[in-house]
Design a protein around this ligand. Structure first.
Ligand code: 13P
Length: 254
């Protein structure tokens, strides 16, 4: 289907802008010549300097969240156009830490997705079940609800700017990576959900990434799977050498 390999590092609330610049210079050297597309979701305060440093390298810089409003009296929030102006090319939305710790609803995430896409930011939509939901056999139900609610009414052609990330909550930051087979099954189901929304042709161009305790030892088996187009990496992305090792493991023909 010709989908690119993508590796996204999600730094969460780590690294100052100075650390970001050093990191990016180091990473860029380590991955010179790689064909995998590399994205870094950095803290807001690092977006401007990180995107400047990353310019020649092809690494894309983005944010980890945003508000759905164009602008307004929302103390402490940030708008899509501000992220764009600072140099962001993409934004992560619906991360389980936002859903769980900050009580973000499916409806709020949907409004953010529409805003991000309308303001021309690539959108990395995160979905995934909790451990309890998996044990209760509700994985598919949760994925369908999260995907359908977030991606309904997406403007025409905007699907081209969507990346989906399957991140089972029980695998995030726990060291419990999903088996390649379990991840593939969930990804195949996510692809079915995308097909229902966008049709086979359009959805075939949407990349689906796996996230949850990805490390250089596990990644190769994961990205070998048919419906897994790359990975979204948290903890292991904080060290540029480790992220470079993950990127190298992802290289090769799809
Ligand atoms: P870990 O790789 O630390 O499990 O985090 C995954 C994640 O939340 C990426 O968005």
């Amino acid at each position: 289907m010709g989908r690119d390999r993508i590796v996204i590092g999600n730094w969460k609330m780590y690294k100052t802008s100075r650390e970001a610049a050093d990191y990016i210079e180091h990473l860029a050297k380590k991955i010179e010549g790689c064909s995998t597309r590399v994205y870094l979701a950095v803290p807001y305060t690092s977006i401007a300097s990180a995107s400047n440093t990353a310019k020649q390298s092809g690494i894309l810089i983005g944010a980890q969240n945003m508000n759905d409003a164009r602008d307004g009296a929302f103390t402490g929030e940030i708008a899509a156009m501000m992220l764009k102006e600072a140099g962001a090319d993409f934004v992560i939305l619906g991360h389980s830490e936002r859903r769980r710790i900050f009580n973000e609803s499916d409806e709020f995430i949907h409004r953010k997705v529409i805003r991000a896409l309308s303001d021309d930011l690539q959108t990395v939509l995160c979905v995934g079940e909790t451990g309890a939901e998996r044990e209760e056999g509700k994985t598919e139900e949760v994925l369908l609800r999260q995907i359908e609610s977030a991606l309904q009414d997406v403007p025409d052609k905007a699907h081209e700017k969507v990346i989906l990330a399957y991140e089972p909550v029980w695998a995030i930051g726990t060291g419990k990576t999903a088996t390649a087979q379990a991840a593939q099954e969930a990804h195949a189901y996510c692809r079915k959900c995308l097909e229902q929304i966008f049709g086979k042709r359009k959805s075939g161009h949407i990349s689906i990434l796996y996230g949850g305790s990805v490390n250089p030892d596990k990644v190769k088996e994961i990205v070998k799977q048919k419906d897994i187009d790359g990975v979204l990496v948290g903890g292991a992305s904080l060290d540029p050498d480790t992220l470079a090792a993950i990127i190298h493991q992802c290289e090769g023909k799809r």
